[in-house]
Design a protein around this ligand. Structure first.
Ligand SMILES: [Zn+2]
Ligand SMILES: [Zn+2]
Length: 250
C-alpha cells in the first residue's frame, strides 16, 4: 500500500514539476539527462583513451604529454567530450545552465552520468571525495560551488567519505577562457592549498570538477594534495575538452 502511495506521489510530482533536458529544456523521463536529439549529439567518452588522462587516442596506452608528465594524477576520466568548435553544443549548454543559471536540479543527473566513468583504479577501496573549490569571492557571487554539488551526489551514491572543504582556493584567478594551455597553468599554479595541513596525508583521493579543459586546474589542485602527502589522486569530471589547441604547450 505504502509503495502504491509513493508511486502516485512520485507520478504527481513528475506531472507538476517534470525533469527537463539539461541542454534544450524539453521535458524528459525522470532519470534522463538529455532529450533524444541532444543525446545524439553528445560524444560519450570511453576506450580507446589515454590510460592516465583519458584523452581519446587512436593507438597506444598513454598520450605523449602523460609520458612526459610527473605522474601526480593517477587517472583522470570524464563522461562526455566538451566540443569547443560547436556553438550551443548540448554539453556546453548543460554545464553553462548548471554553473551560471542556478539550475542545480541537474546535479543528480550530471553526477549519475559521471558515476559511469569513475576511474577503474578506485575499485581498490573507498577514496576520499574532494571537490575543486571556488575562491570565496566567487562562491559568494554565485551562491554555490557546482563541483561540490557533483561531489556530494557521487559520494552519496557510492557511500564514500567526502570533505567539501579539504582544499581551499587561495587566489582568485582571472577567467581562463581566453588563455593558452601554458598560460592557464601559470594562471592557476599555487592557487590551491589544503586547509588543514596533513588532512590529505596518505589518503587516496577522488577529485571532482565539472569540466577538464587544459587540465591546468586539476593539475594545480592535485599538486596541492600531493604536497600535503596524498598517496594517490584520481580526477573525475563531467566533460573533457579533447581539442589539441587547448592542450598543447603544457
Ligand atoms: Zn535536449
Ligand atoms: Zn594522457
Amino acid at each position: 500500500m505504502r509503495s502504491a502511495i509513493r508511486r502516485v506521489a512520485s507520478a504527481a510530482l513528475d506531472a507538476l514539476c517534470p525533469e527537463r533536458c539539461a541542454a534544450c529544456g524539453v521535458v524528459v523521463a525522470t532519470h534522463d539527462l538529455f532529450c533524444h536529439a541532444c543525446r545524439d549529439a553528445v560524444n560519450v567518452l570511453g576506450p580507446p583513451e589515454c590510460e592516465r588522462c583519458g584523452r581519446p587516442l587512436a593507438v597506444g596506452a598513454a598520450c605523449a604529454p602523460c609520458v612526459l608528465e610527473d605522474g601526480a594524477i593517477r587517472q583522470a576520466r570524464a563522461f562526455a567530450r566538451y566540443e569547443t568548435g560547436v556553438v550551443g553544443h548540448p554539453v556546453a549548454r548543460a554545464l553553462h545552465a548548471f554553473k551560471y543559471a542556478g539550475t542545480w536540479r541537474f546535479a543528480a543527473r550530471l553526477a549519475a552520468a559521471m558515476l559511469t566513468r569513475v576511474p577503474a583504479t578506485q575499485a581498490a577501496g573507498a577514496p576520499l571525495v574532494v571537490p575543486v573549490p571556488l575562491h570565496p569571492a566567487r562562491l559568494r557571487a554565485r551562491g554555490y560551488n557546482q563541483s561540490a554539488m557533483l561531489a556530494r551526489h557521487i559520494a552519496r551514491a557510492r557511500r564514500w567519505p567526502i570533505v567539501l572543504t579539504l582544499l581551499v582556493r587561495t587566489r582568485d584567478t582571472p577567467s581562463q577562457t581566453a588563455l593558452t594551455a601554458a598560460a592557464r597553468r601559470a594562471n592557476v599554479a599555487d592557487a590551491f592549498a589544503v586547509r588543514h595541513p596533513g588532512a590529505a596525508r596518505e589518503r587516496a583521493i577522488l577529485l571532482v570538477d565539472d569540466v577538464w579543459t587544459s587540465g591546468a586546474t586539476a593539475h594545480a589542485a592535485v599538486a596541492a594534495l600531493r604536497r600535503d602527502g596524498a598517496r594517490v589522486v584520481d580526477v573525475l569530471t563531467f566533460a573533457r575538452v579533447a581539442d589539441p589547441r587547448y592542450e598543447t604547450g603544457t
